[in-house]
Design a binder for this molecule. Structure first.
Ligand code: UDP
Length: 366
């Protein structure tokens, strides 16, 4: 056979797998149906600004090995994600921290803020939160839930907060310090020169074909290699034979503006239901850009169907149970490795996908 591995999808999982396998002397062919590599971390240069075409990506990890791993390919800058929330005419700091509590309640000390939150939790919280709404009310109480979470979440997911899994909200930290850093991780930053540098570094010297849909010629592609690494949708791999796994999709509206600074921050969330978009990204701020113009993106959550880009897996009980069925099928495919957000049906961050790919490739190549 011509290749050891046919890798379907040139996103982070595929690129890391291809890189490590090639390093170990294996011959890989990477395919991607898009016209470019990088999956959702791909950036397009517009007006000298790296525009995150599939939504903002901020790399963060607690794992020094992973941090060193990505830094082999590109240097990272010192960007720290500190998004703002625009709610009912006011701006607040995120994540929920002493600044937010001061802006909301004028509480000045951790003691005052804790008392306020505890008071609200005592009224609205429950013992065993079973959905996102109950989880939020039990974690932060009614004021924060109603100002920042309920409407944002419902437009983001297109479902009632009572119908969503609690774990989604556990991503958001709550802090009793004046610290606007969105992430708790030790390492954080944006690749200097954009994410394409990371992907190009990973795929250097590897045969890559873009604008090629694996499913258009599956039988022939399968003949090319001993093994396949599949990073697409797991249900599509099995021709949706057990049913369709649901996702939430996004629509991005980019604008080039004749100003050097539109909102003074990379990320501003629009928490109210009266805005159809969830956030505005001003890309230049990820890299401290000094260009005369700016590019902003409004992010509109969308209902998903199989013709649209799949962004967020809907990990509710129904979909999760269906995924488990597909997972069982996938374990019977001896020569196929399934990995990445779409194959594992997981709300992955970048560092988690990379870790998952490194584990998968290590298991393969001893
Ligand atoms: N969220 C919210 N209000 C906010 C930001 C986030 O309610 O201002 C909730 C929302 O349900 C969202 C989840 O927290 O889906 C995770 O948000 P994060 O910004 O981490 O998600 P991303 O879309 O960037 O992966």
């Amino acid at each position: 056979m011509k290749y050891d591995y046919l890798i379907v999808g040139a996103g982070l999982f595929g690129a890391v797998f291809a890189h490590e396998a090639t390093k170990a002397g294996k011959k890989c062919l990477v395919l991607d149906k898009r016209k470019h590599t990088g999956g959702n971390v791909y950036c397009e240069n517009i007006e000298g600004i790296n525009v995150h075409k599939y939504g903002a990506h901020i790399f963060h990890t607690n794992d020094k090995n992973l941090w060193d791993y990505v830094n082999q390919f590109v240097e990272f800058n010192h960007y720290v994600n500190s998004p703002l929330a625009y709610s009912k005419g006011n701006l607040y700091n995120l994540p929920f921290n002493m600044n937010t509590f001061y802006q909301l309640w004028k509480t000045k000390t951790p003691k005052e803020a804790k008392e306020k939150i505890d008071e609200q939790i005592a009224i609205y919280g429950v013992e065993n939160p079973k959905n996102l709404e109950e989880q939020a009310l039990s974690l932060v109480g009614k004021d924060i839930y109603e100002n920042f979470i309920k409407e944002y979440t419902e437009k983001q997911w297109g479902r009632k907060a009572t119908e969503l899994p609690a774990f989604i909200i556990k991503r958001l930290p709550v802090r009793f310090t004046f610290d606007n850093n969105y992430f708790n991780d030790k390492y954080q930053g944006i690749p200097i020169g954009g994410y394409n540098k990371l992907i190009d570094g990973l795929l250097k010297g590897i045969e890559v074909k873009v604008d090629v849909d694996y499913f258009s010629d599956r039988k022939n592609f399968e003949k090319l290699s001993e093994k396949t690494v599949f990073t697409g949708k797991i249900d599509e791999y099995f021709d949706y034979k057990l049913g369709v796994l649901e996702y939430r999709s996004l629509n991005f509206e980019n604008e080039i503006l004749e100003t050097d600074n539109f909102q003074g921050n990379a990320v501003v969330n629009y928490n109210d239901a009266s805005y159809d978009f969830t956030r505005i990204i001003e890309h230049k701020h990820f890299e401290f850009g000094k260009q005369n113009k700016t590019v902003i993106t409004k992010e509109y959550p969308q209902e998903w169907d199989t013709t649209k880009e799949a962004f967020y897996p809907i990990n509710d009980a129904k979909n999760q149970a269906l995924f488990e069925e597909y997972k069982k099928l996938s374990l019977q495919e001896d020569n196929v490795i399934f990995g990445g957000r779409l194959s594992e049906y997981k709300y992955y961050d970048m560092h988690q996908v990379i870790a998952s790919a490194l584990t998968a490739v290590k298991k393969e190549i001893v």
